[in-house]
Design a protein. Structure first.
Length: 339
């Protein structure tokens, strides 16, 4: 972390004054740069994605109680403790089959008209799966035909773009609003951004304050976002290629399963024949004893009885490992967990 913080001091924008309550040259430059990158008129930086997406949903739902159509495994429904319902008083229509992104057919079967449709790109809890491009376009067209807002939960939009092979702006153009994160694939300290029309961004302002998003200064987060855009974003296609070759190698091991196969992004699920808690302890022991980081999270597998599922994310830290080294370490971890 000390090295990471020192590296931030070398970012060109580090010479600029810090931002104060959302007002600062570097912060506004970041918002303008990302808005241009995604082809949207305006953008607003948030300290946290939860606050950003709650604000977006509240704006799109207005004062009414129009429901939000979203997948039951999406981040908003699973990882935010039902904040959009309990904190914002909104209502969700959970649609789609488990482990499969929903398509326009699911929207057409809804019992009522939603105020906004949320599509998570990729659907992380389903193995970082992505909709086919034609299916994503069909959802966008359906929303516009029915006068319904479309919001892209693009926490990993940067990682999704190589799969579609289209400019980020072309993907973002399908939606009325887009959320992106700076601390996942881009490796920032924290931070997120909402993008949309100028009117949409203006309506966000009071909700940013109400959701404790108007932090005194976000300067370190802003610098790390610039750093990620310049250093990590250009490598996303290479990370995806490496993830696909690694996944193919892991899938060759008997009794192991990869989901999806091949991966759509730089990330995928690996299902292993070991108890989750025991595997987690084995992974941490390997980190302490060998300095080889496999992760720190293992949950029950839905693919292997009594097995564990781990998420494999390929980034710059994986570039110095060969596929054989990774397989060997996982074999050691599984053996230790089973012992």
């Amino acid at each position: 972390m000390q090295e990471s913080l020192q590296a931030l001091s070398q970012v060109p924008e580090a010479a600029l004054p810090l931002d104060v309550y959302g007002d600062g040259i570097a912060l506004q430059a970041l918002e303008a740069e990302v808005a241009t990158l995604l082809g949207k008129p305006a953008a607003s930086f948030f300290h946290k994605g939860v606050a950003a997406q709650l604000a977006a949903l509240r704006v799109w739902c207005g004062d009414g109680q129009g429901p939000i159509a979203l997948h039951p495994q999406c981040h908003i429904a699973v990882d935010e403790a039902d904040a959009f319902e309990r904190l914002m008083g909104l209502r969700g229509l959970r649609i789609g089959a488990p482990d499969t992104p929903f398509t326009v057919q699911a929207l057409e079967a809804l019992p009522e008209t939603p105020a906004v449709v949320v599509v998570e790109l990729p659907l992380r809890r389903a193995g970082f799966q992505l909709l086919a491009w034609d299916e994503l376009v069909a959802i966008s067209q359906w929303c516009r035909h029915h006068g319904i807002k479309l919001h892209l939960d693009g926490a990993r939009l940067w990682e999704s773009q190589p799969h579609y092979g289209r400019p980020l702006a072309e993907i973002a153009a399908l939606a009325d609003s887009v959320y992106v994160s700076f601390y996942k694939g881009l490796g920032g300290l924290s931070g997120a951004m909402l993008l949309g029309s100028e009117a949409f961004i203006e309506e966000l302002r009071p909700w940013k304050s109400r959701l404790a998003g108007n932090v005194y200064t976000l300067y370190p987060f802003v610098l790390s976002a610039f750093q990620g855009l310049r250093e990590q974003l250009p490598r996303m296609a290479d990370y995806r290629i490496r993830a696909r070759t690694l996944a193919a190698r892991l899938a060759q091991v008997p009794a192991w399963q990869v989901t999806p196969e091949p991966p759509a992004t730089n990330s995928f699920q690996l299902h292993l024949p070991a108890k989750p808690e025991a595997l987690r302890e084995a992974m941490l022991a390997m980190a302490r004893e060998q300095g080889f980081w496999l992760g720190a999270r293992a949950v029950a597998s839905q693919k292997i009885p009594d097995g564990a599922m781990v998420e494999v994310v390929v980034g710059n830290a994986a570039q110095d490992w060969t596929d054989d080294e990774v397989v060997t370490r996982w074999q050691q971890a599984v053996s230790a967990a089973r012992a």
